[in-house]
Design a protein around this ligand. Structure first.
Ligand SMILES: *Cc1c(COP(=O)(O)O)cnc(C)c1O
Length: 390
């Protein structure tokens, strides 16, 4: 009954952990949830007001498939200032219903049967499935904690074949929270130019940075880079707008046109009145960034609380990640697969984490600190007692 595509696709494991934790909670269990893949703050109120005003003003009809002209043009201006675009050309910007859909369209527009896509692991769970849905073949390059969860240009060279079409980068990363330095990023971009492959740079966590870390946009490394990097981002993580469903994509004119066409035939536009909320964020950038800084104060405090707590547990080691809202500790010393480790942790101690297996990295688990200080403190105590008993 089902197509080859439907048979091959697996449901999102991160959403599954969240569902299981919620199910346990519903039966009255006191669950400490570290599974969340979204900020726990509300959307800044001036953005909500702009969305509500657009709704009240009757912005309830279709918009152009590629996005509201005013929003595309505001984004194009911003991306020109960031060096991602040479000219502030709105046609090179596509607004989609979510960064996830932007990623999917970037892959669909550039990859098909016979093409290989290199995915650094640990990876975001959706990339391999999207590549398979495009009929292309995912190939993985592994980078463990000893290399900061970052693949080297040399590793990419070794994995390249004549069929390699696209390499996916995600910095800051989900699930590890790690970022590529300028030099590391430059080396990979140079390789893309010399060896003639495309890069998809998923920058959805670009503004969630700590310890003074800086985010580098591969498309900003020169003219050739601008031509072969597809930059994906969105409003979900930066502005706590996951439910609004708003993503962005910036690419050369040929790719962005194809992406807009694919979008016009599959979903039409991102929700019209929601785009007015996003427009308010871009047009009032200082106010928007002030709201982000407020959220970052809380994220950073929780990050350090969770980091130091994990590092204090015998047998657990954890890198000091400087972006996003995840930590990715190593738990391999306990001799359990990460699936067993996390399912027993949920059963025995009612602590929900995501197994590293889901991200192509057995031996690790992902914890999100987009949760309260109380949950972090209680969860750490329970994990400590659990690890002491294994
Ligand atoms: C959350 C996330 C996205 C996209 O989220 P949307 O809500 O669809 O905008 C994309 N990439 C990564 C790595 C993410 O974690």
């Amino acid at each position: 009954m089902l197509s080859q595509w439907a048979k091959n696709v697996s449901p999102s494991p991160t959403l599954a952990v969240d569902a299981k934790a919620k199910e346990l909670k519903a039966t009255g269990e006191d669950v400490c949830g570290f599974g969340a893949g979204e900020p726990d703050f509300d959307t800044p109120s001036f953005i909500k007001e702009a969305g509500a005003k657009a709704l009240a003003d009757g912005m309830t009809k279709y918009a152009p498939a590629g996005g509201l002209p005013a929003l595309r043009s505001a984004l194009a201006n911003q991306y020109q200032q960031l060096g991602v675009l040479q000219d502030a050309n709105p046609a090179q910007v596509v607004v989609s219903p979510g960064g996830k859909y932007s990623c999917y369209l970037a892959i669909l527009a550039t990859c098909g049967p016979g093409d290989e896509v290199l995915i650094p692991a640990p990876y975001w769970v959706s990339y391999p499935e999207m590549v398979k849905l495009a009929g292309a073949t995912p190939k993985f390059i592994f980078a463990g904690d000893e290399q900061g969860f970052k693949v080297s240009a040399q590793q990419i060279v070794e994995a390249l074949t004549s069929q390699t079409k696209l390499v996916i980068l995600n910095s800051p990363s989900n699930p590890t929270g790690c970022l590529y330095s300028k030099a590391e990023m430059e080396e990979i971009v140079e390789l893309a130019c010399n060896k003639d492959f495309l890069l998809m740079s998923d920058e959805i966590y670009e503004y969630l940075l700590y310890d003074g870390a800086e985010h580098f946009r591969p498309a900003s490394f020169g003219e050739d880079a601008r031509d072969r990097v597809i930059t994906v981002s969105g409003f979900s993580k930066t502005f706590s707008m996951t439910g609004w469903r708003l993503g962005t994509l910036v690419a050369n004119p040929i790719i962005s046109k194809a992406v807009a066409s694919l979008q016009s035939q599959t979903t039409s536009n991102a929700t019209t009145f929601a785009q007015y909320g996003a427009l308010a964020a871009i047009e009032n950038w200082d106010q928007a960034m002030a709201a982000v800084r407020d959220m970052l104060v809380h994220f950073d405090r929780r990050r350090l609380k969770l980091l130091y707590g994990l590092q204090a547990i015998d047998g657990v080691s954890c890198l000091r990640a400087k972006g996003a809202f995840y930590l990715f500790p190593k738990i391999s010393s306990f001799g359990l697969s990460s699936e067993d480790f996390s399912s027993r942790l949920l059963e025995d101690e009612k602590v929900a984490v995501v197994s590293g297996h889901a991200f192509g990295a057995d031996g690790y688990i992902r914890l999100s600190y987009a949760t309260s200080d109380e949950v972090i403190e209680k969860g750490l105590q329970r994990m400590k007692s659990y690890c002491g008993k294994i």
